[in-house]
Design a protein around this ligand. Structure first.
Ligand code: ZN
Length: 400
């Protein structure tokens, strides 16, 4: 059986408009079972859909791609069996969903298909068989569909636009839930925060806000960076809420900027984890593009980092006045998503999902209101200072 296994069900008619989430096929009743050398997974579907599946090495997993699907998997579903150490599912792009199956030992795809089951509903069946390392690697090397998530280009910056452009980047999304603690997913916490921040900033009339995602879809890191650059953003604000520690007493918000050398080991570890987001979505492991060298780029980068630092300090001031901060609230590390040389960029970790107290705050509307207000105030101060310093420079020029 080929590594690329394409089984077609009923294809949607060409030119059919994109479906709304409420119209997505619904997947329920996940089952996973081991029989000797094989592991079978099955899902009940509200209709038969086209399915593609292939294997990927390092990390070793099976990617199953379907049209957008509304996953309503029972929480009690078994999570592993035999060489399958786990799986996750979610939207990958606006019109595709994925199931990613993690392998603890090499395996190949015997079957991946959706067919009509009893009662006219659909059933998705995936059958995997244990193989040797060499066979697995040969399968993984075969041609497969471009596993690249595409982001619809944002409308161009309107001519004559005088408002400042701010790009808000809610971390993770779709197939990549980020940190999950007690069934709260980071991806939803940060999306809610991002949408509330957009509303707050837009209500002032001074800012044009672009979101890297405004729904539960997966956006590769490189695309997030590119959106900031394409929009010629004046600020790029990435929103996260991870936890690296099991220590429940570690709490508070932290503001990060980009630097080649991390300020501390925890910051380095966090950046490494965030830089893995593409792998969580089933993209080929991608290396960050090497920083472009050159005197002009270096100058731009240095200036951008200065601006990022100014904004980060404003954030620590304003956030610190209204919400609890981590004991070291301003740190830096090599975050890929903050790598645009021409866009001042910061990453806010809203709190630690591992802390029950932080987790309760992160999902509270009252806390969110306070934190969003503080970020809005930091943005206002950043641009007010910039205007003041430009005004000062102009005055100096006109001085006799
Ligand atoms: Zn995160």
């Amino acid at each position: 059986m080929a590594g690329l296994c394409v089984v077609l069900g009923i294809l949607p008619a060409r030119g059919e408009p994109a479906r709304q989430q409420s119209e997505f096929p619904v997947a329920t009743d996940m089952r996973i079972e081991q029989h000797g050398e094989t592991v079978g997974l099955s899902l009940a579907l509200s209709e038969v859909v086209p399915v593609e599946a292939w294997v990927q090495a390092a990390p070793d997993r099976v990617i199953v791609e379907l049209p957008s699907t509304n996953f309503q998997i029972q929480p009690s579903a078994r999570k592993n069996a035999g060489f399958v150490s786990g799986y996750r599912y979610g939207l990958f792009t606006t019109d595709k969903a994925r199931i990613i199956i993690d392998l603890s030992q090499p395996a190949t795809i015997v079957k991946a298909e959706a067919r009509t089951a009893r009662g006219g509903l659909g059933e998705l069946t995936i059958e995997l068989r244990k193989v040797g390392r060499a066979e697995f690697l040969a399968e993984a090397a075969k041609v497969r569909p471009a596993s690249r998530a595409m982001v619809a280009p944002a409308p161009p910056r309107p001519a004559g636009e005088t408002r400042r452009t701010i790009v808000i980047d809610p971390g993770h999304g779709g197939i990549d839930p980020g940190t999950v603690v007690a069934s709260i997913a980071e991806k939803s916490v940060v999306l809610n925060f991002g949408l509330a921040l957009k509303e707050q900033l837009e209500s002032s009339g001074r800012y044009r806000v672009v979101m890297t995602r405004d729904d539960d879809s997966f956006v590769p890191l490189a695309d997030r960076v590119r959106i900031g650059q394409d929009e010629k953003a004046d600020l790029f604000i990435s929103i996260h809420a991870d936890s690296l520690t099991q220590a429940q007493e570690v709490r508070g918000a932290t503001v990060y900027t980009r630097s080649e050398r991390a300020t501390d080991a925890e910051a380095a570890k966090l950046a490494a984890k965030e830089n893995e987001a593409d792998a969580a979505g089933g993209l080929e492991t991608s290396e960050e593009v090497q920083d472009v060298a050159g005197i002009l780029i270096d100058l731009a980068r240095r200036e951008t980092r200065t601006f990022s630092g100014v904004f980060a300090r404003n954030l620590v001031d304003k956030l610190g006045a209204s919400v609890r901060m981590h004991k070291i609230p301003l740190r830096s590390a090599r975050f890929w998503v903050l790598s645009a040389p021409d866009v001042p960029s910061v990453l806010i970790e809203l709190g630690y999902m591992s802390s029950p107290k932080d987790a309760a705050l992160l999902t509270s509307a009252e806390w969110r209101g306070k934190a969003v207000g503080a970020v809005g105030a930091a943005v206002d101060e950043y641009f007010a200072r910039e205007r003041a310093s430009v005004g000062q420079a102009a005055e100096n020029r006109h001085a006799p």
